[in-house]
Design a protein around this ligand. Structure first.
Ligand SMILES: O=C(O)c1ccccc1NCC(=O)[C@H](O)[C@H](O)COP(=O)(O)O
Length: 215
């Protein structure tokens, strides 16, 4: 028997969403520190919310092209377990952040076509995990959390030496098919389990986790 698929619920913004995600079996919770996002939390607010996350659930701090002083202040304020780098961080920058701040790093790589998979390879030795997400369209307001899927067939037959998560436009309705096609053992979702931007829906989170783990 294989282990259950791990689910990351990204962009939780309040205690009710955290409770629902944890009760439904989320393995990771993502806290968003990108100010233009509808899921943004101040470090002060996030710190209060993160304190009540049970041990065993991984608290991920999502940042976009953050500089060292911002990261230092953030990690002083919040008890994050992992950093998610969701900007244009180079492999050298990922290695630097990991060494300087001493936390495991998830680097996000955006995929639109097969060429992007070559970029992904550059991060395999410097990042603890890779989050394989849809590349944001040029006119997108946000670098992630856009509810758009990429062509999952691009991942068929791929194997990487480090753990990875599949993201981008996943929903309770399509996550089973995405897992079957790609072989993902970890999945990440934000807008597909919301009733409005930044508002997580308890029923959709539970349905998503059930579908992922059945998948
Ligand atoms: O969600 C946001 O607002 C966001 C803003 C800036 C950078 C990343 C952001 N979200 C990233 C995530 O981790 C999402 O879970 C991932 O991109 C998938 O999002 P979705 O397609 O909405 O499930």
């Amino acid at each position: 028997m294989t282990d259950a698929v791990h689910v990351k619920i990204c962009g939780v913004t309040n205690a009710a969403a955290i409770d629902s995600a944890v009760s439904a079996g989320a393995h990771y919770l993502g806290f968003n520190f990108y100010p233009p996002s509808p899921r943004y939390l101040t470090p002060e607010r996030a710190s209060v919310l993160m304190r009540d996350v049970p041990a065993g659930v991984t608290k991920v701090a999502l940042v976009v092209d953050a500089q060292n002083d911002e990261l230092g202040a953030l990690l002083h304020a919040v008890p994050a377990d992992v950093l998610q780098l969701h900007g244009h961080e180079s492999p050298e920058r990922v290695a630097e952040v990991r060494a300087r701040f001493g936390l495991p790093v998830i680097k996000v790589v955006g995929i639109a076509d097969a060429d992007d998979l070559a970029d992904l390879d550059k991060y395999l030795t410097v990042s603890d995990q890779i989050l394989v997400d849809t590349k944001p369209p040029k006119n997108a307001r946000l670098p992630g959390g856009n509810g758009l899927a990429f062509d999952w067939r691009l991942l068929q037959g791929r194997q990487w030496p480090c753990p990875w998560l599949l993201a981008g436009g996943l929903t309770p309705e399509n996550v089973g098919a995405a897992i079957r096609l790609t072989g993902a053992r970890q999945v990440d979702v934000s807008s597909g389990v919301e009733s409005a931007p930044g508002v997580k829906d308890a029923q959709r989170m539970a349905a998503f986790i059930q579908a992922a783990q059945a998948g």
